[in-house]
Design a protein. Structure first.
Length: 293
């Protein structure tokens, strides 16, 4: 039954008078970074984007149905492919194809990626600058959030270390999940580190040039990549080789349910990274040839 205002015995004039003096709840301010995501743009470009990604990388995305269908969730992935990381784009497109453009979904990225004018379209797909504030805002909006704890250190690892999870002890994603009380969903991918020949991170050069202090970069990577040949820094990106991508989504982990009311962050970190490494080892065992898959 629908209850009208006059059914309560209070006139509409009285209600208006009360409303005029009653304190109003503060309006929720959505950060500008989150506002740039455009469902209309995603819907318009999704078919072509998927055909392009599917033709070049032949992605196999497993376990998307394990991601909760609604509500905030922290997706934690391993990162590969240098500054042109195809695993991120392939997963984002697959996510939107599965859940629709209206589902809130954001991906954290380094601030230099956000400043690159040729990558402006990523903001419309939900890519936002990596910061605690942006991450919390996205989760508080009820969105899914994709983070890569390994960051530039992991995505620029040498190609012969491509089958290793390298979060280097970064536990911020765990503290974020605990503070916002959202589940963690591990996302494990393989193939991205075969899109170029990554030779070295160049961490000593980065330290000598103070890139960490100036640009929050711990690496100055060197690779062999199209179209540059020898690519130092990967600042302008590269044309990735058409390596087959396989992405495996694992079961959600409720941290308080699994690790108790006062969970130990180091224990959670060890458990999640070991689980992801075991899954990556299994994906590597399936792979017969580099690039071909």
């Amino acid at each position: 039954m629908k209850l009208a205002a006059t059914d309560t015995g209070v006139s509409s004039v009285s209600l208006a008078a009360i409303a005029s003096v009653a304190p109003r709840p503060p309006s929720r301010v959505v950060p500008q970074a989150l506002q740039e995501r455009s469902p209309d743009y995603i819907r318009r470009t999704l078919p072509f984007s998927w055909r392009l990604i599917a033709a070049w990388f032949r992605p196999e995305i497993r376990g998307l149905d394990l991601i909760p269908g609604s509500g905030p969730v922290l997706l934690v992935g391993n990162h590969s492919g240098g500054n042109v990381a195809p695993d991120t784009l392939a997963f984002a497109i697959a996510f939107y194809r599965c859940f629709g453009a209206e589902r809130g979904f954001f991906q954290l990225a380094h601030h230099l990626v956000m400043k690159a004018p040729w990558l402006a379209f990523l903001r419309k797909y939900g890519t936002i600058e990596a910061s605690r504030e942006n991450a919390e805002a996205a989760l508080n909006e009820g969105a899914a959030l994709l983070v890569y704890p390994g960051g530039d250190w992991e995505t620029h690892r040498p190609s012969w270390q491509g089958h290793e999870i390298e979060f280097t002890g970064r536990e911020g994603f765990i503290r974020l999940a605990l503070a916002t009380r959202v589940p963690i969903v591990p996302v494990v991918s393989i193939g991205g580190q075969e899109t170029a020949l990554f030779l070295t991170r160049g961490e000593r050069a980065a330290h000598a040039l103070q890139l960490d202090r100036r640009f929050r970069l711990k690496v100055l990577p060197v690779s062999l990549a199209l179209p540059w040949g020898l690519d130092i820094g990967d600042f302008f990106g590269h044309i990735p080789l058409p390596a087959k991508l396989t992405i495996h989504v694992l079961e959600p982990i409720d941290l308080h349910q699994r690790f108790g009311p006062n969970p130990d962050v180091d224990t959670i970190y060890a458990t999640i990274t070991e689980l992801m490494q075991r899954t990556l080892d299994e994906l590597a065992a399936e792979r017969r040839w580099p690039i071909i898959g």
